[in-house]
Design a protein around this ligand. Structure first.
Ligand code: C2E
Ligand code: MG
Ligand code: MG
Ligand code: MG
Length: 292
């Protein structure tokens, strides 16, 4: 009887693995077509100055409108794009879009910056020529010169764990071109504080899992405060992700957090809607200074 059970479980397991593999295959085939068919768009989510108020940055977030299945989350398709290598082309496209868009927003707001997520695979798989083209684009596109590149990039801890020479060189090339680097989802990976010393980063993004229950969980609150103090002592600015309530905003502002991002300030929206948001938002409304 245990044999029968084993066999059943084995069958079930095989079946689900096969299904998962088929789903991945279908997504990767559809994604290949999506690229040429205008199914991918870039949305922008506001990032506000927690003290002065106002929208000062945006994060570029990829969206896929599938013709039959509706919107597919980047959480579901980015890993497949990474696995197949398609993320290199897709990531380049997102970067170009964001750069062009940031250049337009800089006409009215000269230091506005759009932050782009860059997958570790883009660092591993991109060659020198491709890389140089990126950096050149940053100089030619991106609005009036003087305020530095109009884009910044977000990387994750997994990239820094690789601590590969070529990765280090590529990060350094970004920084030499004046592109600021954020460490995304801080606190969720294998956070090793030694990276913060080894890599000369500009921003640290506190993961939303620390922010969500900030008002109920005093331990989380202590962690956020400690992260902010540590980051500042190392010369990094802090962005808190996933702020949904005024209470969370106020606690983070009191703890000295520099920038905030989350549904309280605005969801990710298409560029034309973001235009309206930027034009209509009185510079001090969105962030609502806490100590004013
Ligand atoms: P991320 O870079 O950490 O982006 C923040 C995610 O949190 C976004 O999810 C955003 O919509 C969501 N978010 C923002 N504020 C709130 C809030 O107040 N509450 C809640 N519950 N969620 C909030 P999204 O757009 O689904 O993206 C998920 C992840 O997919 C991103 O996490 C990023 O890792 C990846 N991703 C998205 N676009 C790109 C891209 O162009 N390239 C790469 N390589 N990855 C991307
Ligand atoms: Mg991000
Ligand atoms: Mg994040
Ligand atoms: Mg994330």
């Amino acid at each position: 009887e245990s044999k029968a059970l084993g066999r059943n479980r084995f069958c079930y397991f095989t079946h689900s693995m096969q299904e998962a593999a088929q789903t991945r295959m279908a997504i990767s085939n559809d994604l290949r077509r999506a690229i040429g068919n205008d199914q991918l768009t870039v949305f922008y989510q506001p990032i506000v100055d927690m003290h002065a108020g106002g929208i000062v940055k945006a994060e570029a977030l990829l969206r896929w409108q599938h013709p039959e299945n509706g919107e597919i989350s980047p959480v579901d398709f980015i890993p497949i794009a990474e696995h197949t290598g398609m993320i290199v082309g897709i990531g380049n496209w997102v970067f170009q879009r964001a750069l062009q868009q940031a250049g337009e927003w800089r006409i009215t707001q000269p230091d506005f910056t759009v932050s782009v997520n860059v997958s570790p695979v883009q660092f591993y798989r991109s060659n020198e020529a491709y890389y140089r083209e990126w950096l050149n684009n940053c100089k030619t596109l991106g609005g009036p010169p003087g305020a530095g590149p109009a884009v910044s990039i977000e990387i994750t801890e997994s990239l820094m764990m690789a601590s590969d020479e070529t990765v280090m060189d590529k990060l350094a090339a970004f920084q030499n071109a004046g592109i600021k680097i954020s460490l995304d989802d801080f606190g969720t990976g294998y956070s090793s504080l030694s990276y913060l010393r080894k890599f000369n980063l500009d921003y640290l993004k506190i993961d939303q899992s620390f922010v969500h229950n900030l008002e109920q969980d005093t331990a989380n609150c202590a962690l956020c405060e400690a992260i902010i103090v540590m980051a500042h002592k190392l010369g990094l600015k802090v962005i808190a992700e996933g702020i949904e309530t005024p209470g969370q905003r106020d606690m983070l502002a009191r703890a000295g957090c520099d920038y905030g991002q989350g549904y309280l300030f605005g969801q990710p929206i298409p560029a034309d809607q973001f235009d309206v948001l930027l034009k209509n938002a009185p510079p001090r409304l969105a962030g609502q200074p806490v100590h004013a």
